[in-house]
Ligand binder design. Structure first.
Ligand SMILES: Cc1cc2nc3c(=O)[nH]c(=O)nc-3n(C[C@H](O)[C@H](O)[C@H](O)COP(=O)(O)OP(=O)(O)OC[C@H]3O[C@@H](n4cnc5c(N)ncnc54)[C@H](O)[C@@H]3O)c2cc1C
Ligand SMILES: *[C@@H]1O[C@H](CO)[C@@H](O)[C@H](O)[C@H]1NC(C)=O
Ligand SMILES: *[C@@H]1O[C@H](CO)[C@@H](O)[C@H](O)[C@H]1NC(C)=O
Ligand SMILES: *[C@@H]1O[C@H](CO)[C@@H](O)[C@H](O)[C@H]1NC(C)=O
Ligand SMILES: *[C@@H]1O[C@H](CO)[C@@H](O)[C@H](O)[C@H]1NC(C)=O
Ligand SMILES: *[C@@H]1O[C@H](CO)[C@@H](O)[C@H](O)[C@H]1NC(C)=O
Ligand SMILES: *[C@@H]1O[C@H](CO)[C@@H](O)[C@H](O)[C@H]1NC(C)=O
Ligand SMILES: *[C@@H]1O[C@H](CO)[C@@H](O)[C@H](O)[C@H]1NC(C)=O
Ligand SMILES: *[C@@H]1O[C@H](CO)[C@@H](O)[C@H](O)[C@H]1NC(C)=O
Ligand SMILES: *[C@@H]1O[C@H](CO)[C@@H](O)[C@H](O)[C@H]1NC(C)=O
Ligand SMILES: *[C@H]1O[C@H](CO)[C@@H](O)[C@H](O)[C@H]1NC(C)=O
Length: 503
């Protein structure tokens, strides 16, 4: 009887239109710094603009909470009217499942941007709307800022964040979170001490190692709640200085380059802890008018120039061009083209799908096969994909592997490389979307077949959207069971199922 009444109430509520008066009523429950943006306003338009203009979520109203409790009130309001809702922050999420949100409330986290370092300098409390660069900058200024009136923090601090300056701090971590410092400390989410989370029913709870949800928040967190703030471990800066050597190779050398990379880092030994090694493929007719180049970034911490032991074997392959830079940790984003000023931080109106796969090592044969496809796709006359970028990210892994394989919902600690073509294109109807999807999946399938793995491992935060929960969260049955059981307990109606849903 009671159940039936509840159901009936929900049905009636969803049938009733939500009026301006109702939002006025919501506004009364919010703090005085909260904002509500209605469609048609410039603020609304700015808030809903996204990095990838493909399969985007649609909102009828944007709420910008001023306090953690404002998130609670907004979720309760949404529930009262049976409205879908979605937290947004850095707006770099691009998985196609986001497009399943076709109406409702966008909860824009940008005002929850406080950062407070604990007295002992070992943790920081970080708002759920903080951006990566803001956190790094704040921690790097702690020593200088507080030296006058505190004696506890005489040194600057650091922690693991995503690498791109304009991406949210929480978004990456909830899916695991890769960053420059993961070789030292582990993933972004491995630093979590506790999280304040607003659940689907509007309850605000603190999740820490005593909660069953803690495991799930570290890899599958987007499925369970809105994080209003978090306590993370932070560290005294160990190696402020970095150097990078860029080696540009011709596409003719794809087998040589990746065979050598395997020999150096994945056959005999693992990546040295102080080395990060990325490569990008892209078509730049000013360097090679015919085909995409291979740009290898060799990044080393704590040095003025990258050790010759690392660079010499690659120099002997005869790169087309090389360049050396030195500076600090905070220069890395600009060196690798992901700082605030670079294209990945602009909203260009392009669709930006990626097709990620984790790998243990390179397969030179498969690298050649995908290079040839990528070459055709970027250089064909009238191709929409001439600006595509193929990324191979090889972070050091010691900190990631030091943590138990089963310890968190992030399932892929054993993999060493994250490969993903980013098929940037101007949206032009479903036909080109289909070509992108087919091409991206074809490339990924080749890498998968060359890997000898039996199931597809993908990074949920780069995922295209047509993968399965098995690919996002791990093929072991116990992982799927554990996540499904938690989802059933904490989000039975699937209100947090717009981003790589568990079910
Ligand atoms: C250029 C670029 C660089 C990237 N670099 C990295 C990198 O270095 N390391 C890495 O691991 N990943 C990286 N990513 C992937 C990144 O992890 C995802 O794109 C992530 O979803 C972005 O989070 P956001 O806040 O910017 O995006 P949004 O689209 O705002 O959010 C993404 C998802 O996270 C949820 N979310 C955001 N904030 C909260 C919160 N406080 N509580 C609960 N849910 C929340 C949203 O609801 C949404 O489902 C990169 C992506 C791009 C496009
Ligand atoms: C929503 O607003 C309308 C008036 O526009 C009002 O009649 C209705 O009662 C409000 N709903 C709730 C649940 O307060
Ligand atoms: C975050 O960083 C950006 C860019 O550096 C800056 O404009 C903004 O004021 C910062 N926000 C906060 C809250 O510090
Ligand atoms: C790795 O092993 C191969 C073959 O065993 C050898 O030729 C190569 O020199 C080794 N590389 C390093 C860096 O030790
Ligand atoms: C970069 O430094 C290496 C030594 O580490 C040197 O061999 C190479 O010539 C330098 N390249 C440039 C462009 O300066
Ligand atoms: C997004 O793409 C559509 C076409 O699918 C286009 O009409 C729209 O202008 C684009 N949005 C932006 C912000 O460029
Ligand atoms: C590029 O062009 C070639 C030949 O013109 C064609 O075979 C191929 O399918 C095209 N590839 C892509 C990805 O468009
Ligand atoms: C992870 O858990 C599974 C299932 O319980 C178990 O078989 C496996 O040995 C565990 N692995 C590690 C490294 O603990
Ligand atoms: C590399 O990929 C090719 C093509 O898929 C495959 O035939 C080969 O077995 C792979 N090599 C290894 C060592 O896995
Ligand atoms: C909200 O959901 C949580 C998790 O299922 C539950 O423990 C809690 O009692 C619920 N709160 C309310 C007010 O229903
Ligand atoms: C280092 O490892 C990466 C993995 O991302 C690989 O692409 C590259 O070939 C290696 N490069 C150098 C210069 O060591």
């Amino acid at each position: 009887m009671h159940h039936l009444q509840l159901k009936l109430a929900a049905l009636l509520a969803s049938a009733a239109a939500v009026s301006c008066q109702n939002y006025t009523q919501l506004a009364r429950t919010l703090s005085n710094t909260a904002q509500i943006y209605q469609p048609g306003s410039a603020a609304f338009n700015a808030a809903v603009l996204r990095w990838s203009n493909f399969s985007t979520p649609v909102a009828n109203v944007v709420v910008v909470p001023g306090t953690e409790n404002d998130v609670v009130e907004t979720v309760k309001f949404a529930n009262e009217y049976s409205l879908p809702f979605l937290a947004t922050n850095g707006v770099h999420g691009s998985i196609t499942t986001l497009g399943k949100m076709t109406s409702g409330i966008e909860i824009h986290m940008s005002q929850l941007n406080s950062i407070a370092v604990a007295q002992d300098g070992s943790t920081a409390t970080i708002g759920g709307g903080v951006m990566s660069k803001n956190l790094t900058d704040a921690l790097w200024a702690v020593g200088r800022q507080t030296a006058y009136d505190h004696h506890w923090a005489s040194t600057d601090l650091e922690t693991v964040t995503g690498t791109c300056e304009c991406v949210g701090y929480m978004g990456p971590g909830l899916g695991g979170g890769h960053g420059w410092l993961q070789g030292r400390y582990g993933l972004v989410s491995d630093q979590y001490v506790s999280l304040n989370v607003v659940l689907a029913n509007g309850s605000l709870i603190t999740v820490d190692e005593s909660s069953e949800l803690f495991w799930a928040m570290k890899g599958a967190g987007h499925n369970f709640g809105i994080v209003t703030s978090i306590i993370s471990k932070v560290y005294d800066i160990q190696y402020p200085n970095y150097a990078m050597e860029t080696l540009i190779f011709s596409g003719d050398q794809v087998e040589d380059v990746y065979s050598l990379a395997n020999q150096q880092w994945f056959t005999n030994a693992s990546m040295p802890v102080d080395l990060i090694n990325w490569s990008y493929w892209y078509f730049d007719p000013t360097i090679d008018a015919e085909k995409p180049v291979i740009a290898m970034y060799l990044i080393q911490e704590g040095v003025q120039t990258v050790d010759a032991a690392h660079t010499n074997p690659f120099l002997q392959l005869g790169p087309i061009a090389t360049q050396n830079v030195s500076g600090t940790y905070r220069d890395l984003a600009a060196w690798t083209g992901i700082s605030l000023n670079d294209t990945p931080c602009q909203k260009t109106g392009n669709a930006n799908p990626r097709f990620p796969i984790y790998l243990k090592s390179y397969n030179a044969t498969a690298q050649r096969q995908v290079y040839d496809l990528f070459n055709q796709a970027t250089t064909n006359a009238s191709t929409p994909f001439s600006d595509a970028l193929f990324m191979f990210e090889g972070y050091s892994q010691q900190g990631v592997k030091a943590i138990g394989q089963n310890a968190t919902a992030f399932a892929y600690r054993e993999d060493n490389l994250l490969a993903a073509p980013l098929l940037t294109y101007a949206p032009n109807g479903p036909a080109v979307d289909a070509v992108a999807s087919e091409l991206g999946n074809k490339i990924r399938q080749i890498l998968f077949e060359g890997s000898g793995e039996i199931s597809l491992n993908t990074y949920v935060n780069y995922a295209y959207g047509d993968e399965t929960p098995v690919a996002w969260y791990g093929s072991e049955q116990w992982r799927q069971n554990r996540l499904s059981a938690l989802k059933e307990d904490f989000d039975p109606a699937g209100q947090f199922s717009f981003y790589a849903p568990i079910m």
